[in-house]
Design a protein around this ligand. Sequence first.
Ligand SMILES: [Mg+2]
Length: 288
Amino acid sequence: MIYQNIKGKSVTNFTEIIDTVHNSIEANYSAKSAMEIALYDIFVQNLKLPLYKFLGGKKKKFKTGITISLNDTHIMIRDSVEAINRGFDSLKIKLGEDYKEEIYKVKSIYKAVGKDISLKLDANQGWSEDECIRFLNSLEKDKIPIELIEQPIEKGNIEGLKYIKERTSIPILADESVFSPKDAIEILEKQAVDFINIKLDKCGGISKALLIADICKLYGVKCMIGCMLEGSISVSAAVHVASSRNDTITMIDLDAPVLYENYPIQVGVRFNESNIEITDTCGLGIRA
Ligand SMILES: [Mg+2]
């Protein structure tokens, strides 16, 4: 394969091609991710390999959690119970700005779903440090088992995340604070969080996601792999990444494909409620 990079120079090396995508424009991470996914797919199809094998992966079966969207407490309880009845045993509960109301909400959901369901919380940058600490302390006092809290405060406030981490036993997951590998290094150097959430559309695609996972491994920090409201093609690429970095990416949050009523494109990963399985089709196995 021969391509021309932005300066008109011919490039034949796959790494150079990927670099060209990233050097062509600032930010635009979702577009870059889409480009990368297409390029990896073509490249790996030519090698007659599924993507996960090309990336060095072995694991083919995964369990994903599901997100419970922000709503009134009684609706979120209903949605949580429905998700459990569909076979999910890990819920990511979205939380609103009023931390006091959200304490009641989380306790009510816990009461409804019981102790065997893993509860992850996501406050989407909604609180101050002190609000977050008060929220977490209240749950700790009542012994509500929370697996982690995701991005409770504003993304640029890394010192604030560290401040919270030092004052709670509930692990902190960085989402919006980590877009790039550079962001990952900065937050890991400061030991400000317990986990990092990797998303292909956030970091710019497969190559950057792999790099963030490898950086986290160096620091001994585990990762979640998540997604936006994306189509099955990009979510399937994230599953292949998860397979290849199975020792570091220990939490799978790839529920978008089970939220569609129907999706016209087939991919080489089966999404069946909480169960995800890679099949051995070449590349990403995309079929219209
Ligand atoms: Mg999040």
